[in-house]
Design a binder for this molecule. Structure first.
Ligand SMILES: [Fe+2]
Length: 263
């Protein structure tokens, strides 16, 4: 493995908004950076580095539907463990340096033969996305384009909810259920993935996800996954986030007829 790269400080896209109370690698990076300018001409070792992104609300912001106790344990424990595990792995693998997290998930999936870093990378991505798939006062109905697209692709919003719930309840073991936009088919679909798998690896565009690992709901709902899914759909899911994600996705997937004819 190459060990002689010499890089400046990691580009800013590595530095997500970070909880600086964490035992992060900043001091280590700063120290190595300082050495570069002080005296040593020796090449620096490259350190892969990602920060813990905070949810876009306070940790008690989803109560009473998802408790602060769950967020403390889930975001502050499990998510953080995935992140720290990933950073530890990346310290040993300079080849993976310089990717955005999206790119890292795809690269480490390695066309279905995942590298050791994949599980942690995908779980960090999935959790970042999950926290932003919820909001205080969530639930209810999507609006405008998202609702129209759901009605077009599922027949009705009720049909979509049934399909999403069924997928969640029939997922065996741990994993995720997703609303995704399929690029080629130009339509929304509900899919479920096992363990850490993230649909980015199939080039789907995620719109909403729901964590179906038991750690996501056990403290609040014990093993009643059905109740958890209902609460998510009725009180937590952020259709605002879905709307923003759909708007971004439409820069890459034309859901209507092209206004400019394709030559
Ligand atoms: Fe989780």
């Amino acid at each position: 493995m190459a060990s002689s790269y010499c890089h400046s400080f990691p580009p800013s896209y590595h530095l997500f908004p970070t909880d600086f109370s964490l035992r992060m690698k900043i001091p280590k990076i700063a120290y190595r950076q300082k050495r570069q300018f002080d005296s040593s001409q020796k090449p620096l070792k490259v350190i892969g580095f990602y920060g813990l992104k905070t949810p876009p609300y306070k940790l008690d912001g989803l109560e009473p539907y998802m408790s602060k106790r769950t967020l403390d344990m889930h975001w502050g424990g499990h998510h953080r463990d995935f992140l720290e595990g990933l950073n530890r792995q990346l310290e040993k693998d300079e080849i993976l340096y310089g990717n955005t997290l999206d790119e890292l998930v795809k690269v480490t999936y390695n066309n279905g033969n995942p590298l050791p870093e994949f599980n942690n990378a995908a779980e960090v991505w999935n959790h970042d996305f999950f926290w932003e798939s919820m909001q205080p006062g969530g639930g209810d109905m999507p609006k405008l384009g998202v609702l129209q697209q759901i009605e077009k692709d599922f027949g009705s919003f009720t049909n979509f909810k049934e399909k999403f719930t069924e997928a969640a309840l029939t997922l065996f073991g741990s994993g995720w259920v997703w609303l995704v936009l399929k690029r080629e088919e130009r339509r929304l679909a509900v899919i479920k993935t096992s363990n850490s798998i993230c649909p980015l690896v199939w080039d789907d565009i995620p719109i909403i996800n729901l964590d179906l690992w038991e750690h996501a709901y056990y403290l609040d709902y014990k093993n009643d996954r059905g109740k958890y899914v209902n609460v998510f759909m009725n009180h937590l899911v952020s259709w605002n986030a879905a709307m923003e994600r759909m708007a971004r996705a439409e820069a890459f997937v034309n859901l209507g007829e092209p206004k400019i004819p394709i030559a």
